[in-house]
Structure formats: C-alpha cells, structure tokens
Design a protein around this ligand. Sequence first.
Ligand code: ATP
Length: 383
Amino acid sequence: MGESRTSDDVIVLRGVHKSFGTFVAVDQANFSIGRGEFFAMLGPSGCGKTTTLKMIAGFEQPTRGQVLLEGEDVSRTPPYKRNVNTVFQQYALFPHMTVAQNVAFGPRSKKVDRAVYEPRVAEMLEVVRLTEFASRKPAQMSGGQQQRVALARALVNMPSALLLDEPLAALDLKLREAMQLELKRIQREVGITFVFVTHDQGEALTMSDRIAVMSQGRVEQIGTPEEIYHSPASLFVAGFIGSANLLPGTVKGLDGDDAVLELASGGTIRTRVGTPPIIGERYSVMLRPERLVASTEPSTDGRSIAGVVNELIFQGASTRLELVVGDGTTVVANMIDDGRGPSIRPGDAVHVSWAAGAAYLIPGWPSVAGATSTDVDAIEAAL
Ligand code: ATP
C-alpha cells in the first residue's frame, strides 16, 4: 500500500494520521486515487472513513502526514480553497431557489460570467437527466431527484474530485439500487474522480473501480472489487465482503502448487497457493458458498470436506445448504438447482467440494469458525 505518486494521481495520502485526544481515528493511511477513478472507502461504522474523507475535503486536518491534491500539499488549505466538492447524505439544497438556480450557485458565487456558466448548468442538468425540472423548487421533487440536483450542483464546479459521504443512505432500497447505477453512469460520463464513503459492501462492489476496506482506523486492503472478494488480505476483509466460510487449520506441508492444511474441525484438505505459506503456522481457508458443490462422494484430490446436512433453505435462484462438520462448525453452500443434482435431505451425510483455485488461504484464525454473516449491522454490533 506504500504507493508512489504518478502524474495521473489526483489525491495522495502520505502517512496520514488523525487522533482525537488519545483516540486514533485514522492510522497511517497511505494511498493514491487516480484520475477518473471511482474509489470507495468501505468499512463498518466508526472505522474512520468519514474522517479520511473530511481530511481530503479540508474539514479536518491530519494530526500527522500529508494530503496532496493534484500534486500539491493541501494539508493546511481550507476547504473552500481546495478544488474538491462534497456531497453529503443530507443534500441541503436551497429551498427558495429553482433547480437551475441551485446548480448555478457555485459558479455565480465565484463570479463566473453568466455566458460561461449557463451552458454548463444546462449540460449538467442534461447529465443528471433533470432538464425538464429546471424551474421546479426542491420541495416539488423526489429524494432521488433532489440527490441528482445535489450532484449537478457539485459537478458544475468541475472539481478535481467529487467526495460523496454515504449519499444514498437516506433513500429507500429500490431507489438506492437505481441510483447506484445512475451514479456510476454519471461518473463515467463526466470522467471526474469520485471518492465514495459507504458501509454497504454491495454498494461498493457494484460501483467502484477500487475499494479501500477500513477497520478500526486502518486501511486493511485496497483493490478492485474482484481482488477484494476473491483474494482478501485479512480475515476481516474476507468476513466483511460477501459470505464466506472460514475454516481454521495448520499448514502441514506443500505438495506442488498446493498447501496441505490440517483443519481444526478434523480432516486434511489441499488448497492451491500463490505465495507459499509457513509450514506449522495457523491459517484459515476461505471457501465462498457459491463455489461449493455438494455430492454424496468425497473429491479424489483432497478438495472436499464431509458433514451432515443441518438445513436446506430454498431461496429461489439457489438453495442454501447448511452443513455441520466434524467439531460442530457450520459450513454454508449455495446450490444452484439445475434439475440434475442429487436430492439431498436434512440428516444426510454429504461432501462439499471445490475446484482447484476456489479456496483461498489467509493467515490467522477467525474468532468464530465457519460461515460468516453478511449482516452489516451484526458485524458492526460485534465490533
Ligand atoms: P460512520 O459510518 O458511522 O460515519 P466512519 O467510519 O465514517 O463511521 P468516522 O466518522 O470517521 O467513522 O469516525 C471514526 C472514529 O472517530 C469514531 O469512533 C468517531 O467517534 C471518532 N470521531 C470522529 N470525529 C470525532 C471528533 N470530532 N471528536 C472525537 N472523536 C471523533
């Protein structure tokens, strides 16, 4: 994560640290955000993502370290002198002004010529698809439409980056999902860097080019949604993004491209590894539920575990199979019904297997073995 700046980095954080009294809110943040990138900061409540965003915006100053914007150190520059705009959860539109007047507010207060800003306002209303609402007042519009006015009002200033702090949190689920795609489209169209703060992993996976996953003030991993989902750098990331089965074990040896892992729940499995693990050390194997296949026979290549079916829950597109293995640990598999599979019932002894490369080894043991919860509120409550 110790990246050096390239000419296409819009934002660079160098050793950024923020304390409130003795409490460390952000610890050694070192990363860069590229031009035109959709970058999400994701993590549970209190992990320091808003504080990081505020330091980029200028609403907070780092206790140590530097924030660079377009190559210039802005760590001590006030917000209004930074070429960034922030869109908050509460968009705070001016109620007495029309939509067009709201959007024109930034350029007008900077004394930009009317002849220059008017076409820009019209263009931004076009981008957010609100041209026909130009003369309405905010109170006459829906939450999603008001959100788009707030976006246009920020984008019209042509900032180096647009900072968004949970901008969709106030919208209901359907509208939130529609706005996720809409935001992504707008970002592509204007080509401006978006830095987006969210505690919703689905939202981050859907919209981002890269995600920084934060926990307790630290950046745990930065990567594309695929990297973070399939190759999590830590047990926290594995558990926070999507559903995972985390099975603790000890590496007993290496065999070709595989590590041989003795599971704490009993039995030995093989898993493909990139970097060789340390023999004798504790690791966890991560198995994504959708990559597991249930059958009555074990695999012949050591890539399966045995258990007893505890529950089968029909979920429409797939069926959730809950398996209890050796020491009582629960493992979850998502089975797609292709109409050809064996009919499995609760109480049956089965094996779940996976393809080489579908299991991923992570250092350390989880506090709770087996299937993780994707319930963000439950994860937050546990922290
Ligand atoms: P949320 O999603 O709940 O906003 P977050 O990840 O954005 O969470 P931050 O708002 O960055 O978290 O806060 C990180 C930690 O710093 C929290 O524990 C918070 O209580 C603390 N904190 C933030 N601002 C201040 C402040 N001005 N004074 C003292 N503590 C603060």
